[in-house]
Design a protein around this ligand. Structure first.
Ligand SMILES: C[S@@+](CC[C@H](N)C(=O)[O-])C[C@H]1O[C@@H](n2cnc3c(N)ncnc32)[C@H](O)[C@@H]1O
Length: 422
């Protein structure tokens, strides 16, 4: 049975109810959706797929869809517009739910031309964000960027080189009937053709791979962590990059995984167990100036700062982020990023490396933070990122790395490589 064949007023009502919860914007959308499905266990796989895809489609296109709907649309209208415009359903397909009195209105919604909408509305971006991007890109480039950010992300894996290699992993996946191809940028990446459930896949359970966007893998590779070194992943979170660094170090040396969040570090534990790594030391810190940080001053060969950021480069996965933030929140983040980078830098030994990374598209969270750091810390220099990536067979020009979904088909990641003078 196809997803559309299950379309009923009851199912539509679930989407409407969930959208009401999402538009309060008091929690991240993926958490709200998971919670809703836990509360409504009677919804089967196809029903959940319909509800989740429809509300996410609205979150992606909220601004242009609301503009098409007219004055003060309600959530029912919003979802009808989502199905008709964003998901391309015909009035016949909508028939189980669409009232006769809504048909003319919906035809009007469909007839609006994108080009007649103001630029920020057409790009489904809040004004403040559109204006920030306009300082960096042309309107045409922002349109292409916004369109790419509005498409769902592919599913990428990172091969765990402690356990296997990419060729063998591809063969195993093929044996399981999972379509996959080598990533184009990261030598560790495998891109899946579809989005199969992986939690019970034997190669996942035995640690042969982790789920990780190909772009995120490049950020970890920029550190070029080596055997026997002391490495600090300063904002390790649930360890997406820690696991890559540990494998690059061939499970030798010492790899500290710092984070202020107990919960995130706890999520690292099962991943560590699967990975086979024993060189990782998770450490909960109070803040970036914690004594536990100070004790390692000048001792680390390499430090990664995967800084807390607006996450605006990940809108393919988290479309709600563009509606849940504002310029004030970004200003607070940039102050935090500068403080974390300055503190993390104190750990780097002379001649050691510091990588600053975000999943933001905004210059103020990216190059501007790095430039201000370099101006205040003459003992550090910028190492061209393209030269480092070339050593991994990845040709991406630029002294600092900015990945863009419309160009690289990854999330919008940024990274700069710094070195402390010997
Ligand atoms: C972008 S996320 C890290 C994602 C992680 N590196 C990965 O690849 O999965 C940023 C992390 O910074 C942490 N963080 C926030 N403030 C911090 C601070 N002052 N010091 C260290 N970590 C901090 C957050 O808890 C969050 O886990």
């Amino acid at each position: 049975m196809t997803t559309k064949a299950r379309f009923t007023p009851a199912l539509f009502a679930h989407a409407e109810h969930l959208l009401g919860q999402l538009l309060r914007f008091d929690h991240p959308a993926d958490a709200v959706v998971s919670h809703y499905f836990r509360e409504h266990r009677q919804l089967g796989h196809a029903d959940r797929a319909f509800v989740a895809e429809t509300v996410f489609a609205f979150l992606r296109r909220r601004r242009s869809l609301d503009a098409r709907c007219g004055e003060r649309p309600d959530n029912r209208q919003r979802l009808l517009a989502t199905l008709a415009v964003a998901r391309g359903w015909s009035q016949r397909e909508l028939a189980p739910v669409l009232k006769a009195s809504e048909e003319a209105w919906l035809a009007g919604v469909k007839a609006v031309r994108d080009d007649d909408l103001p630029p920020a509305v057409r790009c489904d971006l809040p004004d403040w964000l559109y204006e920030r991007l306009l300082a960096q890109y042309s309107d045409e480039e922002i349109r292409a960027l916004a369109a790419a950010l509005n498409r769902p992300a592919p599913l990428d894996l990172r091969v765990n080189t402690l356990k296997t290699d990419r060729e063998r992993l591809l063969a195993r996946l093929a044996g399981d009937g999972i379509g996959a191809a080598p990533g184009r940028l990261s030598p560790l990446a495998v891109r899946l053709r579809d989005k199969p459930a992986l939690a019970k896949n034997p190669a996942f359970l035995d640690g042969s791979f982790e789920v990780q966007d190909e772009g995120s893998q490049l950020l970890g590779l920029l550190l070029e962590a080596r055997r026997g070194e002391m490495v600090v992943d300063f904002c390790a979170g649930a360890g997406g990059k820690t696991l890559l660094l540990g494998a690059q170090m061939k499970n030798t040396g010492r790899l500290y995984a710092f984070d202020v969040s107990d919960k995130r570090l706890a999520n690292l534990k099962p991943r560590l167990a699967r990975s086979g790594l024993s060189n990782v030391h998770p450490v909960r810190i109070e803040h970036e100036r914690d004594l536990k940080v100070k004790r390692l001053a000048g001792k680390a060969d390499r430090v990664l700062v995967d800084a807390p950021c607006s996450g605006l480069g990940t809108l393919r996965r988290n479309p709600d982020l563009k509606w849940r933030q504002d310029a004030g929140a970004v200003a607070e983040l940039t102050a935090k990023q500068a403080a974390i980078l300055a503190s993390a830098a104190t750990l780097v030994r002379p001649g050691g490396r510091l990588v600053y990374a975000t999943c933001s598209l905004l210059r103020e969270e990216n190059a501007a933070v790095v430039e201000a750091f370099l101006a205040a810390h003459p003992g550090f220099v910028l190492v061209p990122a393209d030269g480092v990536l070339a050593r991994f067979g990845c040709e991406l020009p630029g002294a600092m790395l900015q990945l863009l979904p419309q160009q690289h088909d990854t999330d919008g990641f940024f990274a700069a490589v710094l070195e402390r003078l010997a």
